[in-house]
Design a protein around this ligand. Structure first.
Ligand code: CA
Length: 227
């Protein structure tokens, strides 16, 4: 059971989802505008936010940014159509998960449960170490030889995903699916670009890799260079 904040302007969808989620044992707060939704979250974060990207008062991505500026609560965005660019943009702006309309309450509830499992699993064991690199998922910070790394949200997610599987080659496909939540192909470049940014943040170059090894055309692995 979770405290769900449902931000959706369509009255019929909002009330149907609320009823269905309450029937499944969740507590649900609702808002019909981004402004009202942000107010609820600022009062208390709750466990998860379901944010419709098509709201009447504020553009969905702007709403997401505003929400992220006040809370790190897990967010599922609901997008009107299966628009890959829109989904990628939302995930890059801080959404944790997405769902494409029309969706059933059962599907939404399954996404909520999966997301909470992920978040709570992380809380149970938030710190990973690979050589001199430490990745703290609870605080969303990373250090290299004791110095803090300045990472964007996606760079952090990428580093954490690789650190949790250190020593193994992780494919670009898997990174797209698991880090970008984008199961259908396309934006391989997104992964390449973030890998090169991450490499730079780690103070490495492609010709002299230490922690981050990129396997061209395949994927990447994080290794302990001292092992
Ligand atoms: Ca809408």
């Amino acid at each position: 059971m979770a405290l769900v904040t449902l931000i959706e302007d369509d009255d019929a969808i909002r009330s149907a989802l609320r009823t269905a989620l309450v029937e499944r044992g969740h507590a649900v707060r609702v808002a019909a505008t981004a402004a009202d939704g942000l107010l609820l979250v600022s009062e208390s974060a709750g466990d998860v936010v379901v944010l419709d990207l098509g709201l009447p008062d504020v553009d969905g991505h702007q709403a997401l940014k505003m929400l992220r500026s006040i809370s790190s609560v897990p967010v599922i965005v609901a997008t009107a159509r299966d628009d890959e660019r829109e989904i990628v943009h939302a995930l890059d702006s801080g959404a944790d998960e997405y769902i494409v309309k029309p969706f059933s309450a059962a599907q939404l509830e399954a996404r909520i449960r999966a997301l909470l499992r992920r978040v709570r699993g992380v809380e149970a064991n938030p710190k990973l170490t690979v050589g001199g690199l430490t990745v703290d998922l609870g605080r969303r910070t990373a250090t290299l030889d004791g110095s803090a790394l300045e990472l964007s949200r996606k760079e952090f997610d990428l580093l954490h995903y690789l650190a949790a599987r250190s020593g193994s080659v992780v494919t670009k496909r898997e990174l797209l699916t698991e880090v970008w939540r984008q199961p259908y192909g396309g934006a391989d470049r997104t992964v390449d670009v973030h890998l090169s940014w991450l490499r730079r943040k780690l103070g490495e170059s492609a010709s002299k890799p230490r922690y981050l090894r990129v396997v061209r055309g395949v994927g990447a692995q994080l290794v302990d260079p001292g092992a």
